[in-house]
Design a binder for this molecule. Structure first.
Ligand SMILES: N[C@@H](CCC(=O)N[C@@H](CS)C(=O)NCC(=O)O)C(=O)O
Length: 235
């Protein structure tokens, strides 16, 4: 029997999925019932571990190596969308189509507004070494200190902006089907992407944010996480 796929995921104090980029791949593997095992990697070790695995960098500049990455036999693949395309092509059973286009743009618009309410709070879930790495790399990548991203004086306004972004997303997506937001006959990959972002909001967002958000827009965001539950299992 072929060796199971290795999934490289972000380690943290959460003890489960935190990275919004990796969770969609875990959901895909679980949904498609593809055997895999997870290698959990702390932020400062990602470059070293992925170089050793032969997974290519996904960006230039600071921190070019990112999770998720997978190793499947001879192949090492990084970047969530490329991994999803590869899995869909190589393991077509229980399809999870990738839609892209307007759906992806709608997710990106929501994520732009969400980021400031989560990015500075991620350190609450990292160990000391990862915290030091995260503060330093975000300073270079964002040109800001973490405490400048969600200051108390702007917090309420940021939450109002998120509410508006969610209403826009809700209007765009319309009725849910069995909890899925985009898919009408089972999940599509963009549902899994949204789950990654809502899980990130839930586990690492500013204190109380998820409690505030989960019942908005007829509770469809909570319904989405509930629909995903059977597929969030760890190996
Ligand atoms: N475009 C990449 C982005 C992945 C990404 O940004 N992953 C984060 C974890 S949430 C990462 O590995 N960051 C490494 C770092 O910042 O050093 C993808 O879709 O896979």
């Amino acid at each position: 029997m072929a060796a199971p796929i290795t999934l490289f995921d972000l380690d943290s104090k959460v003890g489960g999925p935190l990275s919004p980029w990796v969770l969609p791949i875990r959901l895909l593997l679980n949904y498609k019932r593809i055997p895999y095992k997870t290698t959990w990697v702390n932020f400062p070790d990602i470059a070293k571990v992925l170089t050793a695995a032969g997974a290519p960098p996904t960006r230039t500049g600071t921190s070019p190596y990112t999770v998720p990455a997978i190793v499947d036999g001879e192949k090492a693949i990084s970047d969530s969308r490329k991994i999803a395309e590869y899995l869909e092509r190589s393991y077509p059973e229980r399809p999870v189509p990738l839609q892209g286009g307007a759906q992806e743009s709608a997710i990106n618009a929501f994520v732009t507004v969400l980021r400031p309410l989560v990015v500075p709070h991620v350190v609450n879930h990292l160990d000391e070494r990862s915290t030091a790495y995260y503060i330093e790399t975000r300073r270079i990548m964002l040109g800001k200190e973490l405490y400048e991203i969600d200051p108390p004086s702007q917090h309420e306004e940021a939450v109002r902006a998120l509410e508006a972004a969610l209403t826009k997303l809700s209007d765009f997506t319309g009725e849910t089907t069995a909890g899925w937001i985009f898919g009408k006959n089972g999940p599509v990959y963009e549902d899994f992407q949204l789950i990654g972002w809502f899980n990130w909001l839930k586990v690492a967002g500013s204190p109380g944010l998820w409690d505030h958000i989960k019942d908005l827009n007829d509770g469809k965001w909570n319904g989405l996480l509930k629909a995903a539950e059977p597929y969030t299992t760890l190996d």
